[in-house]
Design a protein around this ligand. Structure first.
Ligand code: NAD
Ligand code: MG
Length: 393
């Protein structure tokens, strides 16, 4: 029996991996909607291949081109931010949430609200609004299954009957392209160098986050919310081979880990079939060929983002939402070559200092609305901080 599926962010790295997994596994899917930000040609190509009921492009100026490309296909088209959210509201049993950034929050919430199984790659929506998003999914009878490889690993090794005996979670990090670089060299790093990840091929934003290790910072927050574990029980270890995807330690000293070749189709397959397993021609783990698995402590001097995120998690409330927004602005400015690589973490810290707890001075009421307000406010302050840094270069 075929399953109804929507892919939000279908043209991105995770979106493409999701469709590739459907292809390779032969999973019987009926695509309800595909959505993209601006890549209209790729979206149209996917739509003609997968025949969704609806194809949505967020950038409204590209709707005429989408219409033209899909003319005569019978596929409905739409554009704009609301149309993306409405696509998520359409009745698909399984929704891949793979938009990048806090732009993914509203559509992810829309899918969670109607009780869908949400395969969550869009970590920023959890960082912005994790507790509310999870509560909304639980209240609607839906489910949020993590796709981020670390969280998928933990999700797979967590044993429900002894959840209360969990003593530590260790997120593994590849260390990114600058793992062995000096701070001075990192200061001059270009966007091309930052997005050249050693193990994973990903979108530009998460690649830069991996290079600064803010990705691991976001993932600590993601883990804390998803698995209801306090900050002090979450550790990070650098593991350059990206074979062990994360670990859980229990009170008796036993540690459980999940392993596999670095291929995002594996955690996507897990989120698709859970609690069953999806057969597909997955690359197999060949430990003898890999030879060595190595580990090192993260260098917090060169990668201050880990600590910034830890502080935001400790502060709680909307601090993670503010941090995430500041990081999105800073990464954008770095990719536009307006600020240097080390300016990313510096400007996030500066933005949080300037906001100085301002994220909690929000009117009571709707938590999601509050998070969006914090996101917008932090973006304004971060833009000023970034403009000043750019002008000083
Ligand atoms: P990507 O940049 O390759 O793709 C992002 C997708 O979102 C594209 O389809 C793009 O068109 C769409 N999009 C961008 N801005 C949008 C907007 N404002 N409104 C609507 N759609 C928009 O990113 P990615 O690497 O696929 O990552 C997607 C998400 O998954 C991110 O949150 C990332 O952190 C997370 N993630 C990715 C990986 C990976 O291996 N790529 C691993 C773990 C988690
Ligand atoms: Mg990850």
């Amino acid at each position: 029996m075929s399953r109804t599926v929507t892919v939000l962010g279908s043209t991105g790295s995770i979106g493409v991996s999701t469709l590739s997994l459907f292809e390779e596994s032969g999973a019987e899917v009926e695509i309800v909607a595909l959505t993209a930000g601006r890549q209209v040609e790729k979206l149209a190509e996917q739509a003609l291949r997968w025949r969704p009921n609806l194809a949505v492009i967020e950038d409204e100026s590209r709707l005429p081109e989408l219409r033209e490309r899909l003319a005569g296909s019978g596929i409905e088209t739409a554009a704009g931010r609301d149309a993306v959210r409405e696509a998520a509201q359409r009745d698909a049993a399984w929704v891949m949430s793979a938009i990048v950034g806090s732009a993914g929050l509203a559509p992810t919430l829309a899918a969670a609200r109607r009780g869908a199984v949400v395969a969550l790659a869009n970590k920023e929506s959890l960082v912005c609004c994790g507790p509310s998003l999870l509560a909304i999914a639980a209240a609607s009878g839906g489910q949020v299954i993590p796709v981020d490889s670390e969280h998928s690993a933990i999700f797979q090794v967590l044993q429900e009957p002894c959840r209360d005996k969990l003593s530590r979670m260790t997120l593994t990090a590849s260390g990114g392209p600058f793992r062995t670089w000096t701070r001075a060299a990192m200061a001059g790093a270009t966007p091309e160098q930052a997005v050249a990840h050693p193990n994973w091929s990903m979108g530009a934003k998460i690649s830069v986050d991996s290079a600064s290790m803010m990705n691991k910072g976001l993932e600590m927050i993601e883990a804390s919310y998803l698995f209801a574990v306090p900050e002090k029980q979450i550790d990070v270890v650098v593991h350059p081979q990206s074979i062990i995807h994360s670990m859980v330690e229990y009170a008796d000293g036993s540690t459980l880990a999940q392993l596999g070749p670095p291929d995002m189709r594996a955690p996507i397959a897990c989120a698709y079939a859970w609690p069953d397993r999806l057969p597909w021609p997955a690359p197999k783990l060949d430990l003898a060929a890999i030879g060595q698995l190595t580990f090192e402590a993260p260098d917090l001097e060169r990668f201050p983002a880990i600590d910034i995120a830890r502080q935001a998690l400790k502060l709680g409330g909307h601090a993670p939402a503010a941090m995430n927004a500041a990081n999105e602005v800073a990464v954008g400015a770095f990719l536009d070559r307006r600020i240097g690589f080390l300016d990313i973490a510096a400007s996030v810290r500066d933005t949080l200092d300037r906001l100085n707890g301002g994220w909690d001075l929000t009117p009571g009421g709707d938590e999601v609305e509050a998070a969006m307000m914090i996101d917008a406010g932090a973006r304004r302050v971060a833009s000023e901080v970034v403009d000043r840094l750019a002008a000083a270069r």
